[in-house]
Design a protein around this ligand. Structure first.
Ligand code: FE2
Length: 309
């Protein structure tokens, strides 16, 4: 009998978890890796014991995860969506958010699965490309430090859906960036651009995540919002979003991203607000000056506050 066999231990529901954790971590020197894998095994095993998981249920579970992974493409991240609807993305965001511990800094929100590379644009430009649909909306404000100093040169990465509720990568009629762009704050910390009035949209629900939400009879509609990611070398990165107060889904966001401080009133102006200068409406396929004069324009204004590193 070999030395290994002499240590053979019959495994039971009581000692199996301890044995598996030891097997997985005894050759690992990195403390964080040990902590992560030990905790994962412990909680998964506890779950199996707690709900007394049946073999058929276990099979349905791994088949579901297989299906979810197989559903992913470069333009469709079903695993992130699953994390979002189970509140894991929101929880990771919350426990790691330095902004949540500040009463002044702008709060963070979930990244979501639709961030993508975008062109760097001049302040005042439109993020809508040829064929963009929806109502025009000015998106503008400042980026400041917690002591009120304007932050020059911060990048403001903005993305939202078209007026039809689709991000560019979801829309079969789009083959390039649309409704996304990166701006840089001026010497007064200002950013300003022309976007589309945000609309409520359904998260993709024809796949495995949609199947789960249907079983749970859950809302699939996100409240209208614009995503932002702000960066500056001297300040902490901020990923956040601003949500429309007029949405009927503000309290039932399927990905749990809404926070009170991020809910905004979208204003309607009969013409361009005088205090916001520099918009180049002639470059926009959506809002020609004549159209704005006739139909007015929406405005979303927000001053972001970043935490210094
Ligand atoms: Fe979104």
């Amino acid at each position: 009998m070999s030395k290994e066999n002499s240590k053979l231990q019959d495994l039971t529901a009581e000692n199996l978890t301890r044995h598996v954790i030891k097997t997985c971590t005894s050759n690992v020197s990195n403390e964080r890796t040990t902590e992560l894998i030990s905790g994962l095994i412990q909680h998964l095993h506890d779950y199996v014991r707690e709900v007394q998981l049946k073999p058929g249920e276990w099979e349905a579970g791994w088949q579901y995860l297989t299906e979810t992974g197989q559903f992913c493409t470069p333009d469709r991240q079903e695993m992130v969506l699953l994390s979002d609807v189970l509140g894991i993305s929101a929880l990771v965001d919350t426990i790691n958010s330095a902004q949540a511990r500040s009463s002044i800094a702008t709060e963070s929100s979930v990244l979501g699965p639709f961030h993508n590379d975008a062109d760097v644009l001049e302040n005042g430009a439109s993020i809508g490309s040829e064929g963009v649909i929806g109502e025009p909306m000015l998106i503008h404000g400042t980026v400041k430090s917690t002591d009120g100093e304007p932050i020059q040169g911060a990048t403001v990465d903005v993305w939202e859906t078209n007026g039809n509720g689709f991000y560019d990568m979801q829309d079969p009629n789009r083959d390039g960036p649309d409704c996304r762009g990166i701006f840089r704050t001026d010497e007064q910390g200002r950013y300003y651009l022309l976007g589309v009035k945000s609309v409520d949209y359904n998260i993709p629900n024809e796949g495995p995540v949609g199947k789960l939400l249907k079983i749970l009879d859950r809302n699939v509609t996100r409240p209208a919002h614009v995503h932002f990611q702000l960066r500056h070398p001297d300040y902490l990165d901020l990923t956040t979003a601003l949500y429309s107060s007029e949405s009927d889904h503000i309290t039932t966001d399927p990905v749990f991203g809404v926070k009170t401080s991020l809910v905004k009133d979208f204003q309607k102006f009969d013409r361009l607000p005088e205090k916001v200068l520099g918009y180049d409406l002639r470059s926009s396929p959506l809002a020609q000056p004549e159209s704005v004069a006739k139909n007015g324009i929406w405005s979303l204004e927000h001053d972001f506050v970043l935490l210094r590193k």
